[in-house]
Ligand binder design. Sequence first.
Ligand code: NAP
Length: 238
Amino acid sequence: MIGQRENTKVALISGANRGIGAEVARYLRRHGYYLSLGARDISMLEKEHGAQSSTMHFGRFDAYDRNSAKEWVQSAVEHFGRIDALVNNAGNGNRLGLLDDDEDALDELLEVNVKAPLRLTRLCLPHLAKTGHGRIVNIVSMSGKRVRNEHVGYNISKFAAMGLTHTTRHVTWDQGIRVTALCPSFVKTEMSAYTSKVTPEEMTQPETIAHLVKTAIELPNNAAMAEMLVNCRLEDTL
Ligand SMILES: NC(=O)c1ccc[n+]([C@@H]2O[C@H](COP(=O)([O-])OP(=O)(O)OC[C@H]3O[C@@H](n4cnc5c(N)ncnc54)[C@H](OP(=O)(O)O)[C@@H]3O)[C@@H](O)[C@H]2O)c1
């Protein structure tokens, strides 16, 4: 276990190898956080951040492999001795439609977007509680707030992730843990590259999401934001 500097925070980020997760990792690292990054392919993390160090830890995390979550959290705690924040970021963006008969695809969406974040939440909670100011930021989506397309599997999974967020918030409040659902509309990553509704430049930029993650982690216990709704364009429904 490494020696902790006073006020240094340890954050776990799932899906930290690309997209929003990679940007959150870069941003928190630049701001002095100690990080445990989870990814299916650790070599991508090593390529960007170099070898593991006293401030950087890597864990193999595959949402389809239940043991990987357990082993990642255990090894992060062995490395740092504490966890201050969990960022549930890894996500499956499969655009399964309402009339598509593919329950395997639906199972995959629920496994990655709902069950794995729940698993990581359960595993991290005892460590977050110990700090008295634990934080969980679930990267959900505006697709967990309203429906504007036919992607039924993704929409179901993100509404469920809202249920996870609010239940966790309810159960852990008295332990000083604050839980936030960060709900962007389009963010410029590979996941949104399919759309022509907005240009990549018009989309919310990953660095802005990283900034909001840091804000959610750093707000005091008496200024909790349960939801952060982030639009890149005006929506009539909100
Ligand atoms: N981009 C948007 O417009 C947008 C909007 C709202 C919300 N979000 C949410 O933001 C989060 C990040 O998305 P993104 O835009 O950064 O997408 P992305 O660039 O496609 O990255 C997805 C990340 O999730 C990981 N992942 C996928 N399946 C996994 C699995 N089975 N086990 C472990 N990791 C897995 C990927 O790892 P691999 O490299 O191993 O595949 C990758 O790190 C997701 O929860 C997404 O739903 C995105």
